[in-house]
Each structure stands twice: as C-alpha cells, then as structure tokens.
Ligand binder design. Structure first.
Ligand code: OYP
Ligand code: FE2
Length: 573
C-alpha cells in the first residue's frame, strides 16, 4: 500500500535512511484535497524548525543558529562522518602543533625552503606543481582547469583599466592582434580593489587587484602576455606592467601576486559563496516550502545532506573572528566579508548555469577548457535526469503554473534566501515546464558539480604554498628590481604556510565517508518509473566517468574534478 502520511523515516544499522513508501504528489494531484491539511501542517512545522538566520549584512541567508546544537537533528552528521571529521581534524591539528613548534628556530631564505611544509602524502598533480610552478604554461593552465576556473573570460575589447604607457606600442599591437583573432583572454581581480588587508600579529599584510591578459595558442595552451597588479587610481602614477620578458624574479613575483589574489577569490567567491552558501540557500528554502510528498522535494533532498552542518562549522571556525581567515589569510579580519558582499552583488542566474555561463565567458568552443567541457556534459546529464523525473509529475506548462507550492518555493529561494536576486535574472515564478527543469537542474548542479569544481582542486594547487599563497607580507613591487629574497619576504611565513598546508590537507583529502553524485541509496520515490529514471541517470554518469578516465590517460595533466565518481552528491566538506 501507499503511505499517505510519510514521516522523515528511520535509520538502518548501516546508516541508510529508510523511508516509508510514498508516491510523490503535487498539490493538484489530490482532487479531493485529502492531503491538503497534512501538507500545510507539515510545512508549518518545518518553518518552525528551519528558520532563516543572518550571518552578515549584504549576504545571502544561512540557516538560523550559530552552533551545531541549533540544527535540526536530521541535519547533523551521522556517526561515521562525525568520527571521520573530528578524528582527522585532531590528527592534522596535532601535526600542526608538533611540527609548527619547531618553525620558530627556522627561517625561510630560499624558495626551496617551502619544501619543509610540502606534504609527504602528496598527489601526483601537487608534485607536478611543486616542480613546474614557475612555468608560464602551468600559470595559464590554472585559469582553464585549476582550482578556480570561474574567472577567465574571452576579451571583447581591451579592458579600460589597462593603461599602456608610451613605449609599449609593441605590446599594444600584440594585444590588438590577439583581440582581432579572438584569442585574447583576461582574468580580472578588480573585485579585490580597495579591500582592507589583514594585520596579523601586528604585521601588515597586503592585497592586490591584478589584471592578467592571456593568449590562447592554436594547441590550446593559454599563456600570459602582461600582468598589471593594481588598477590605475587618479592622482597615482600609472601602475607598472609586468611582462614575460622581465627579469625572471620580477616576472615570477608578478605571477605569485596573481596566484595569491586567485586564492582569495577562489576560496571566498567560487568555493564558499557560490558553492557552500548557495547550496545552503537552496536547502533551507526547500525544507521551508516543499512538503515531503512533493516530487521536487524528493528529487532534491539527497543533495542537501550535511550542508548545514559543514557551513556552520565553516562560519564558526574558518571565517569567524579568530578563525583561520583572521589568522593567516590576507583578506581576513573583515576584508573577507567585504569580498563576499561584493561577490554577492555578482551572483547572476546565468553564472550558475554552465551553458549560459560558458557562453558569456566565451569558453564554449575552447577545447582545452576541460572544466568547460565536463561542466557542460554534466549539466546535460543532470538536465536529462530532471526532465525525465519532472515528466512523470507535470504534464505541461499549466501544471507547473498551477502548483502553488512550487511557485512559493521558487520565490523563497530568489526573494528571501538570495535576498532579491530577481534583478540578477533569478526567477520569482516558474512559467513553463522547461523553466522548471532548468531551475531544478541549476539547483542540483550547484549542490554537486559547482562545489566539486571549486573544492577538489585545493590539494593539488595549494599544497605548494608559492603557487597559491594565503597571504602576502610586502606590498606589490613598485620597481622591476626583484630578488629571490624579496619574493620570500613577500610570501607567507613558515608558520602561516604550515597552517595553509594543514587546512588544505584537511579539506582536500579524499573523503572516506562520501556518496557520489546520483549514488544515494535512499528511495525517496516509490514505484518503478522514478526508480528507472534514477537508474538511467546512474548509467549515464558511469559512461561519462569512463570517458573522462580514458581521456585523462592521453593528457599531460588529467582533469578530475568533474568526474562523476569524484563529485559528491551534496556539499559536505
Ligand atoms: C570547518 O580549527 C571546516 O577547528 C574545516 O569548512 C575545518 C574546520 C571547520 C575546523 C577548523 C578548526 C569545513 C568547509 C568549508 C568551506 C568553504 C571555505 C573554504 C575556505 C578554506 C580556507 C583554507 C584556508 C587555508 C589557509
Ligand atoms: Fe568545500
């Protein structure tokens, strides 16, 4: 029989949540209104348990509560995850305490001294980074397929901030030639301009807002042409332009500044805001506005597991007062909140949907954008899954328009959770079946692939500290006279480097307790059709996984972050 009043379910010994059998129903799929009262009561109850909170003004909303005890029991880590998290955190912190206590008698004089904080359990790619980090090719590659593939875009014109002083005519000709050919790209960190830098143990730290211009070679390599470390400011001399032809240490320091700026935007904008916090908005809004019988609830619920708990941990320990950002990151002590607020103003609906985002950034036909190709393919597979599932419950546009719960859900995300994101293209109503499927696809993609693409690169790209320094201790260079000593004095101290290594390792390590995309065992839908749809989703994911595995074998640098077997089913770390 069919349970009409499903509760949350119960836990088996193996940790799998068993659910009472239940056929998903929309509100209108209940002509005699037998369930109407039940649906309303459940939502009333849920809105008491899941309340919107606020962390900082000008940001999207989190779940209410500042400590784990404030969370509903269903949102807490189960024992295996809790143990793994706590045990490993204790392990890395013990390591930090022991090895870190010896750092005070050591000094960093050479770049090679950073080997002291390079992990022994390293990945193949992090080892490659340690060896080849000075190469322009690896520098350019990271904008395509590194930890933060979200910043790069194809240039439509020369950026206004790029003032070329007299004597740079050759550069101007080169830039214009690439622009004409459509092979000119840019990475602009202007969002960081004017962000107040941290002061760590009485020492001033520094933040820059670089611009990098790059060219795409016919073989797919992306190479830097010029770096400007600060935008021009009225009344100041024109900012220096750094070129690959500069003395090696000068050019290297300019690239390091870019890498440190990328660390800031990557962690705050791409990872924390667009991954963790965005997934939390979708989770809380869904819990508040869709009853457990609702097909969209049943479809999305596996993608919310553990997100609220990990985000509370991050707000309490990483971006809090005295948290890791305040301790060792150049944007810490308030600058990071400013960055999050500025980045919030850039959250467009299109930027969360790879077909639109990659088109807007001119990356659709860039073969060497493995991130782009994999993101598109994964989007398509998720979209097909969503469409097959929604076809079972909505027979057309009218059915979508006539579902008041669905409409309230969409509004709750855009107006409340995202604090009025309709100005940035997010819908406040769903007017068609296609629009519904697009929106639900965005929700699943964000909670899974979007986060994975920003999370999984940390260990590979940030284990070698000079490739992604968490802070800079000297202002950006004002002349082209740069020595190795200047670079070492600009980079994090050994203690700061060790903290970065510790948390990079903790966050980036393989998660032993993980459910991969589409692999949840809970059967939220009963009946053969939804289960067949899920099965088909799994088949397509497996095929994609296999193809990526084969592709990666013939690549110099494999791209793994969007492999379906690596992508978690929800934001859990
Ligand atoms: C939460 O010292 C998380 O107790 C990790 O964050 C570690 C702790 C708490 C405990 C810290 C402690 C999980 C998930 C997240 C996220 C998004 C932002 C990531 C920023 C990473 C910063 C790395 C810093 C390196 C210097
Ligand atoms: Fe993460």
């Amino acid at each position: 029989g069919e349970a009409l009043f499903p509760c949350y379910g119960w836990m088996q010994d193996d940790g799998i949540l068993c659910l009472p059998e239940g056929t998903a129903r929309t509100a209108s799929d209940d002509p005699q209104k037998l369930l109407k009262r039940h649906r309303e009561q459940e939502l009333e109850e849920r809105r008491k348990v899941y309340r919107w909170g606020s962390w900082k003004d000008g940001l999207i909303l989190p779940i209410a509560g500042s400590s784990l005890g404030d969370l509903p029991r269903n949102e807490r880590f189960l024992q295996d995850k809790d143990f793994d998290f706590t045990f490993n955190l204790a392990k890395v912190l013990k390591d930090l305490a022991i090895k870190g206590s010896l750092d005070f008698i050591k000094t960093v004089k050479r770049l090679s001294d950073f080997n002291q904080v390079f992990p022994c359990g390293k990945t193949a790619l992090s080892e490659r980074v340690r060896v080849s980090w000075k190469d322009d090719t690896l520098f350019g590659y990271q904008f395509l397929n590194g930890a933060n593939p979200m910043l790069l875009r194809r240039s439509k014109r020369l950026p206004a901030r790029l003032v070329l002083p007299p004597g740079m005519e050759d550069l101007k000709i080169q830039l214009e030639k690439e622009l004409q050919a459509g092979s000119l790209f840019e990475a602009d960190f202007s969002l960081l301009d004017g962000v107040k830098p941290n002061t760590i143990i009485c020492k001033q730290q520094y933040v820059a807002a670089p611009l990098v211009m790059l060219k795409l070679e016919p073989d797919g390599q992306l190479l830097p042409i010029v770096i400007q470390l600060q935008p021009p400011h009225y009344g100041c001399p024109h900012p220096l332009l750094f070129l690959p032809s500069d003395p090696p240490m000068t050019w290297l320091l300019a690239k390091i500044w870019v890498r440190s700026s990328d660390f800031q935007l990557h962690q705050l904008q791409s990872h924390l805001l667009r991954g963790h916090m965005m997934a939390e908005v979708i989770s809380v809004a869904t819990m508040r506005s869709l009853p457990s019988l609702h097909p969209v609830y049943k479809l999305l619920i596996p993608h919310f597991r553990y997100t609220m708990e990990i985000n509370i941990l991050a707000r309490r320990n990483l971006v809090s007062e005295w948290g890791i950002f305040d301790l060792v990151v150049s944007t810490g002590r308030g600058g990071h909140v400013d960055v999050l607020q500025r980045a919030t103003a850039c959250l467009t609906y299109r930027s969360f949907c790879p077909p639109d985002d990659l088109a807007d950034r001119g990356l659709l036909d860039v073969k060497s954008s493995l991130y782009g190709q994999d993101a598109l393919r994964l989007w398509t597979i998720i979209n097909r899954y969503v469409k097959s599932m929604m076809a079972l419950f909505y027979k057309g546009d009218e059915a979508v328009k006539d579902d008041p719960e669905l409409q309230a859900w969409c509004r709750e995300i855009t107006e409340t959770g995202l604090q009025g994101a309709q100005d940035r293209g997010f819908p406040i109503s769903l007017e068609s079946w296609d629009q519904l499927c697009h929106f639900v696809t965005m929700c699943i993609f964000t909670c899974t692939a979007q986060h994975a693409s920003a999370h999984l690169g940390q260990l590979d790209w940030y284990s070698w500290i000079p490739n992604g320094p968490c802070t800079m201790r000297k202002p950006p260079p004002m002349s082209k006279n740069v020595t190795e000593r200047d670079i070492v004095d600009s980079l994090p101290t050994l203690q700061q480097a060790r903290v970065q290594k510790t948390f990079t390792k903790f966050l980036g390590r393989q998660q032993p307790v993980m459910v991969a995309l589409g692999q949840h065992k809970e059967e939220y839908f009963s009946g053969p059709e939804p289960q067949a749809v899920l099965k088909q989703f799994q088949v397509e994911l497996a095929a994609m996984d296999k193809e990526i595995e084969i592709r990666n074998k013939r690549l110099d640098l494999p791209y793994e972050y969007l492999r379906p077997s690596m992508v978690e089913n929800s934001v859990t770390i």
